[in-house]
Design a protein around this ligand. Sequence first.
Ligand SMILES: C[S@@+](CC[C@H](N)C(=O)[O-])C[C@H]1O[C@@H](n2cnc3c(N)ncnc32)[C@H](O)[C@@H]1O
Length: 203
Amino acid sequence: MDCVDQYVLSHFPERAASKRLAKRLAINRKIPAWIEKALLRNQAPSGPALELGCGPGGYGALWSRFSEFTILADIRRPFAMMAAAHGAALVCDAHNPPFRAESMALVAALNLLDVTPEPWLLLGQIDALLMPGGICVLALPYVANFNGPADLIATIKGARPELPHLSYAVLASNEWLPWTVPAGERLVHEYQVHALIARKLPV
Ligand SMILES: C[S@@+](CC[C@H](N)C(=O)[O-])C[C@H]1O[C@@H](n2cnc3c(N)ncnc32)[C@H](O)[C@@H]1O
């Protein structure tokens, strides 16, 4: 089994290897459910949605509900190929995305900002891609790169010297969304994900 199959089987209840695991993974539906609810209350402008680090593309249908067109991007080709079932997909490095500035109405990066060695560059690119009034959707399960949810929120409001030009209004923030990932037959890791939806303020 390759890493992509492994990822899908261990993250998505619909594709879990056993009923027992499917039951455990059902809790992972809370993250997209929370995002959906928040986006229903806070519409993105019209235009395309882009998810960076999309993995197998499990969120593609969600973005399509709120955008004219969905683009799913991952640095690893097997993930992008699987994501192609859920939207237009491409292989690219999120730190150097091949799109025009301010061309996206929504940019999502779920479980990506805290695995990159260059979080400032990535956040700067997300900001550059978003049109004014556009929405960013971020999720961070690991305590890495940012000193917790308050630090991320301060960062997108321009408090960090690395990215002083960021100017966002936080529309919804939830620090305690459960995300379960099995680590073996009898062991699962449960993360508490911080998810954030914010609007880029016009300058
Ligand atoms: C932890 S997984 C999250 C996948 C998906 N967003 C989710 O929440 O299920 C991180 C994903 O980001 C991708 N990734 C890592 N570094 C990347 C980069 N520099 N550019 C684009 N994708 C990247 C990985 O290949 C992987 O699919």
